[in-house]
Design a protein around this ligand. Structure first.
Ligand code: SF4
Length: 394
């Protein structure tokens, strides 16, 4: 593959917003199409209808975070890793790809790099103020551990040194450590599986379909494996640590979403939903869905979509305050926080002007299509209007 597939970040123009937990390519696709239900957007609506509106209807930009961009970087490296001959899929080659992909991101989207460096510098300054000599990166447990100070005595010289004014670190000094943290995630990946031992059927696979009820589904799978007997395994990489209960439920929601989409498209229930967590030493969670369970899950999606369309009909996307507000990029526009949202612009498909091929959906941050289009599985399983690889542009 040529240019990096900047997926996994909100995910997803270019590397759009940094939406915690969002899949980047998925967001890029939504940027150009009519809204469809995706795992991320469904989660948004469940969390806060107004957040859904800001992201899916208004499509307000959100600045990427360092953590999200690192996730994008690692996802792109893991995607490209399988472009190599099997024997070459080793840690050294993967780590070399980190530099390659990062250089491409820096060339195509220097503003993202600047944003990340600014965040790193801010964290370092805050850590210095707190007396720590490490950049605080709560999303990266391995780095958090490094930041903990051992209980050993601090030498007098070090105390004296600490009392001296310290010039703010240059962002360029912070970048190597940040890139090393991405490499650390790759080390974890290799501890969990040997990519020389199999060939994925697809990577960054766009799946889009329409349920018999008319609910449009769209999402990206990190990887789809097929065993020798034709069994499907959906694989999703997570660059954080294995989740607590609430996060695990969210991850399973995402995987069931993909499983249902594949059931619609291929008529078979995936045998495994596999979550690969690359943080904190790594962990894998495997789930085996059943058809009945996925059909019950379908009804949940249909209820969510019905609620979204009703909110569109009335224009009433209510804010729902909660812990997620701390990370919400749109608090200044939120009435729950004394803000004023922009007038409701109406459902994006009413503003559609043309159509967009599904295979151009995973564009780079500069808005250019990758050399090789991502794999695509699409089409209405039930003869809906949302056909083939094309869908209405927003
Ligand atoms: S600040 Fe909170 S309530 Fe307001 S839109 Fe964001 S998540 Fe919703």
């Amino acid at each position: 593959m040529g240019s990096p597939s900047l997926t996994g970040v909100s995910e997803q123009a270019g590397i759009p917003a940094t939406v915690p937990g969002a899949a980047p390519a998925e967001e890029a696709a939504e940027e150009r199409r009519r809204p469809a239900l995706s795992p991320s957007r469904a989660a948004d609506f469940k969390q806060c209808p107004l957040l859904y509106r800001f992201r899916a209807v208004d499509r307000l930009p959100e600045a990427p975070s360092a953590a999200a961009l690192r996730g994008t970087l690692v996802h792109a490296v893991l995607e490209r890793l399988f472009d190599l001959p099997a024997a070459e899929r080793v840690p050294a080659r993967a780590k070399a790809l980190v530099g390659v992909v990062w250089a491409e991101i820096a060339e195509e989207a220097p503003e993202l790099v600047a944003a990340v460096l600014a965040e790193l510098r801010e964290r370092r300054a805050a850590a210095d103020t707190d007396g720590s000599d490490q950049v605080e990166q709560p999303e990266q447990p391995e780095h958090r551990a490094e930041a903990e100070q051992p209980g050993e005595a601090v030498a007098a010289e070090q105390i004296a040194e600490a009392e001296q004014p310290v010039p703010p670190p240059e962002p360029a000094d912070l970048l190597p450590g940040w890139l090393a943290s991405a490499e650390s995630l790759l080390d974890t990946y290799f501890a969990l599986e040997d990519p020389r031992s199999f060939e994925p059927q697809s990577r960054e696979l766009l799946v889009e379909t329409e349920l018999s009820s008319g609910v449009p589904l769209r999402g990206y799978l990190d990887r789809l494996d097929v065993d020798t007997e034709g069994g499907l395994r959906i694989v999703d990489y997570k660059t954080g640590a294995a989740p607590r209960e609430a996060s695990e439920a969210r991850a399973l929601f995402q995987m069931k979403f993909y499983a249902l989409a594949l059931l619609e498209l291929r008529g078979t229930v995936p045998e495994q939903l596999r979550l690969v967590y690359l943080g904190e030493g790594g962990e894998e969670l495997t789930y085996r869905p059943e058809a009945g369970e996925l059909r019950r899950f379908q009804r949940i999606l249909e209820a969510i979509w019905a609620a979204i369309r009703e909110a569109d009909r009335t224009g009433d996307f209510r804010p729902r305050r909660g812990p997620g507000c701390d990370w919400c990029a749109h608090r200044a526009l939120c009435p729950a926080w004394d803000g004023t949202p922009p007038p409701y612009p109406g459902w994006p498909e009413l503003r559609a002007t043309n159509t967009t091929s599904a295979t151009t959906s995973a564009t780079t941050s500069s808005g250019t299509a990758p050399d090789t289009a991502p794999d695509t599985v699409s089409g209405p399983a039930h003869g809906g209007a949302h056909g083939g690889g094309a869908s209405s542009a927003a």
